[in-house]
Design a protein around this ligand. Structure first.
Ligand SMILES: *Cc1c(COP(=O)(O)O)cnc(C)c1O
Length: 351
C-alpha cells in the first residue's frame, strides 16, 4: 500500500475491511458510547467514522493522524504540549487564528514567542536556538512566502526543537513535511482535504507513537471531538482530493500568469505551484473592496480549498497581521473553467 501514489491512496485509504457485503464506504456511526471491552469506549476517545478518516489522512501524510472538531482545535492541541514557559518560533503572517492564539498564550505567560519571516531561513536558524517548537506554514497565509522546509527542519532539530508544519495550503498531494523530517503536520481539514466548504474539522499527524497518544489524549481532555457526519463528508471529499488539487492548481497558474501583466494589479504573490494566490490591487483598500463586490463567478467569502473559487480582502479582519497590505486580496482557486475565472476577475478588476 505504501508503494501506491498519493492519488491512489486518496481513493483507497480508510475503507472498511474487504469482506463480502462490507459497504464500500465507512458508514456514519452516530454514537457517543460503545459496549465496553474494545478500543473505542466513548466517542471522544475514538469512533468508527473518525477512525476511518484518521486512517486516510495518516496514509496521505505518512504518519498517525488524530482528527479534531476544527483546525483551530488541532492547533490548540499541539500548543497544549509546549511546556510551561517554552519558546515557540512562528511566522509573522501565519493563519490569523494561530497567530492570535500564540500571542494570547504569550501575553498570559504560558509560552515565550519569537516571530520570524517564513522565507528567512537564516533568522529562523538563530531564532530556534533554545526554543521548544518551530511552527511553520508554507506557503504562508496570505503572503504566500515559501519556507525552505528541509533547511528549517534541520536547523530546528540541531537546536533541539521540534517542528510543526501547517500543511493546509499545500495538501499532502503537493507537499509532505513528515517525509522532509518534520515532527508534526497540522491540517485544517475544513479546507482542501474535505474540499466542499460544508464542514469544520482539523488534524494532527505524527510518526512518533508517544506523541500520537498525547494528541489523542488532548482530544479526550480538551473535548474537541469531531462529529461522525462531518468525518463522513470529509472522507467523501478526500476521494477527489488529487484531481481537485490538480485542476485548481492549473487554474491558479492560468490566472496568475495573466494577472502578472494586469494594469489594475500591483503585485501577484504566487509561488508557481498550489491552489492559493494573493494579489495587491492598484488603487488600494477601497478598490480591492470594490473588486469583491463586482465579481460574479468568484464568491466574496473567507476560507479556501473548496471546489468554488473564493476571494477576500484579508485586512477586513481586524485581527489580521498588520504586515499584510490593505490592498491584498487572497484568491482560493476552485475547479471551474480557467477562462471563466479569468474573464470574471479581469472584468471585476477593470470595473
Ligand atoms: C483555516 C485554517 C486554519 C484553521 O482551521 P479551522 O478549521 O478554520 O479551525 C489553520 N491554518 C490554516 C492555514 C487555515 O487555512
Amino acid at each position: 500500500m505504501s508503494e501506491w501514489s498519493r492519488e491512489t491512496i486518496a481513493v483507497t485509504a480508510g475503507r472498511p475491511a474487504p469482506v463480502p457485503d462490507a459497504p464500500l464506504n465507512t458508514p456514519i456511526v452516530p454514537a457517543s458510547s460503545f459496549r465496553a471491552g474494545g478500543p473505542m469506549e466513548y466517542a471522544r476517545e475514538a469512533a468508527p467514522t473518525s477512525l476511518a478518516l484518521e486512517e486516510a489522512i495518516g496514509a496521505l501524510e505518512t504518519g498517525i493522524a488524530t482528527v479534531y472538531a476544527s483546525g483551530m482545535a488541532a492547533a490548540n492541541a499541539a500548543m497544549d504540549l509546549v511546556p510551561m514557559g517554552g519558546t515557540v518560533v512562528a511566522p509573522s503572517a501565519a493563519y490569523t487564528g494561530v497567530a492570535v492564539r500564540l500571542r494570547e498564550l504569550h501575553a498570559i505567560g504560558r509560552i515565550d514567542l519569537r516571530i520570524v519571516e517564513a522565507d528567512d531561513t537564516a533568522s529562523i536558524a538563530s531564532a530556534v536556538i533554545g526554543s521548544h517548537l518551530l511552527w511553520l506554514e508554507s506557503p504562508t497565509n496570505p503572503m504566500m512566502q515559501v519556507a525552505d522546509l528541509p533547511a528549517c527542519i534541520t536547523a530546528a532539530h540541531d537546536a533541539g526543537a521540534i517542528v510543526l508544519v501547517d500543511n493546509t495550503f499545500a495538501t499532502p498531494i503537493l507537499q509532505r513535511p513528515l517525509e522532509m523530517g518534520a515532527d508534526i503536520v497540522m491540517h485544517s481539514v475544513t479546507k482542501a482535504l474535505s474540499g466542499h466548504s460544508d464542514l469544520l474539522l482539523g488534524a494532527l499527524v505524527t510518526r512518533d507513537a508517544d506523541r500520537a497518544v498525547a494528541f489523542a489524549s488532548r482530544r479526550v481532555l480538551l473535548g474537541a471531538a469531531p462529529s461522525a457526519f462531518d468525518c463522513y463528508l470529509a472522507l467523501r471529499g478526500l476521494r477527489t482530493l488529487a484531481i481537485r488539487v490538480a485542476r485548481a492548481e492549473r487554474n491558479a497558474q492560468y490566472v496568475t500568469q495573466r494577472l502578472a501583466e494586469h494594469p489594475c494589479v500591483d503585485v501577484v504573490r504566487y509561488p508557481g505551484w498550489g491552489t492559493m494566490a494573493s494579489i495587491q490591487v492598484h488603487g488600494g483598500k477601497d478598490e480591492a473592496d470594490a473588486v469583491c463586490t463586482r465579481v460574479k463567478l468568484w464568491t466574496h467569502a473567507t476560507s479556501l480549498g473548496g471546489v468554488e473559487s473564493l476571494l477576500e480582502r484579508r485586512r477586513r479582519w481586524p485581527l489580521e497581521s498588520q504586515t499584510v497590505p490593505e490592498s491584498l486580496l487572497r484568491l482560493s482557486f476552485g475547479i471551474e473553467q480557467d477562462v471563466d475565472l479569468w474573464a470574471d476577475l479581469d472584468g471585476a478588476l477593470r470595473g
